[in-house]
Design a protein around this ligand. Structure first.
Ligand code: GMT
Length: 375
């Protein structure tokens, strides 16, 4: 099929899912067109079925804010017409579902019936989308989509609770190409560069927004390192980073916490990791946890949002109440102090990722694209 994918091109999970999906679809022979304001960070052009179309914004002195939705919907119309696209798959409702609705209307005027699939990812529903500022337009554009998907059962429930939705919402879980994270596939997995042989490695990956509770990561690690020789790798960047660096310094553990910034080498970093920390306020799914599990890493997380659908308490890791850093530290210490226990959890984590394998999830999206054309 000919599919347009609209997403944020940044390090956020929705952009990662959209990009991995587009690349996998192209590998299967579909023609995929990314439409966004920058080349998505994980996009590589190894296949001639992959295209990228940049949405360019024009400066004008009158604008305090440039009208991105307008530029995006115009670009969607142009690309749908030029390449005869059959489906526009938009990731993250704000503002993509709304821009897709506008494009659909404009194309209908020209006799073109483009189908719109909207995938809800998380804060487009929970923290941002349901805010009165956006709610009316988000609800409208979800209801106008031909197909709506959510990345977990929990996000589906949240959407139905927070909005007046007249459509079915299909749950299509986030996915992983687990082989990419196999130790055999990763050259140079030398943990000695980062930690001494007797040290354990804990890792956190996020975009350091308040919802990620990165200060809790430091507080958990502070307790862990008092009992277990260890290092903490903090991967990513964002608004909370300075505050978190300060906290590590105040607690006297600055030399044990490595801030690595944004990275395209997450699989490599995870291959050294023993325990992954994700104490988020909420996660509709927790793709970062799934990536860690694919690299055979046990997960310590909160029990919020869709995390219990991914991380199984007492099997692949542990779930704690929001903010309970004592419990999260206790669970991490339990895992890290015993090789046999740690290895069992690591193996369970890896096994669990089969449920979310690319090979299972990709056909679900293909089926949904086709269903748009079945009366
Ligand atoms: O909602 C966000 O915070 C943005 C979004 C993103 O682009 O990073 O993250 C969400 O989508 C991911 C991919 O589906 C999920 O794995 C994340 O759990 C989800 N984040 C939240 O719900 C906070």
């Amino acid at each position: 099929m000919k599919i347009g994918i609209v997403c944020y091109p940044t390090f956020g999970g929705s952009g990662v899912v959209a990009t991995e999906l587009g690349m996998a679809l192209a590998d299967k022979g579909h023609q995929v067109h990314f439409i966004t304001y920058n080349q998505p960070v994980r996009l590589d052009f190894i296949s001639h079925h992959l295209h990228f179309h940049e949405v360019v914004l024009e400066e004008y002195p009158l604008f305090q804010y440039q009208p991105y939705e307008l530029a995006l919907s115009s670009k969607m119309v142009e690309i749908v017409k030029r390449y005869q696209l059959e489906v526009l798959h938009v990731h993250y409702a704000i503002p993509h579902a709304y821009a897709a609705y506008m494009a659909k209307k404009m194309l209908a005027e020209k006799g073109i019936n483009i189908k719109v699939v909207t995938t809800l990812h998380g804060t487009d529903i929970t923290l941002v989308g349901s805010h009165p500022t956006y709610k009316t337009a988000v609800e409208f554009s979800i209801n106008q989509s031909d197909v709506v998907t959510a990345v977990s059962k929990n996000l589906r429930e949240d959407t139905l609770r927070l909005f007046n939705i007249e459509k079915d919402i299909q749950v299509v879980y986030n996915f992983i190409d687990a082989e990419k994270y196999d130790q055999g596939h990763i050259e140079d997995c030398q943990r000695s560069a980062l930690a001494a042989p007797e040290e354990r490695i804990l890792t956190h990956v996020s975009n350091f927004r308040p919802v990620k509770r990165t200060e809790d990561v430091i507080k958990i690690f502070y307790k862990v390192q008092q009992e277990i020789p260890s290092k903490l790798l903090m991967v990513g960047d964002g608004p909370e980073r300075k505050k978190v660096e300060r906290l590590a310094k105040e607690l006297g553990i600055k030399d044990k916490v490595l801030f690595l910034g944004n990275s395209n080498e997450v699989a490599k970093i995870l291959c050294y990791t023993d325990v992954f920390l994700l104490p988020s306020e909420t996660e509709s799914f927790g793709l970062a946890a799934l990536e860690a599990m694919a690299a055979s890493t046990a997960v310590i997380s909160t029990n919020t949002g869709g995390l219990p659908e991914v991380n199984i308490h007492g099997e692949t890791g542990f779930l704690s109440n929001l903010g309970d850093v004592d419990d999260m530290a206790k669970n991490a210490i339990y895992l890290l102090k015993d090789d046999a226990v740690l290895n069992t959890f690591k193996q369970n984590a890896k096994k669990r990722t089969q449920v979310f394998s690319l090979k299972n999830i990709l056909p679900e999206y293909e089926k949904l694209y086709k269903s748009c054309y079945v009366k």
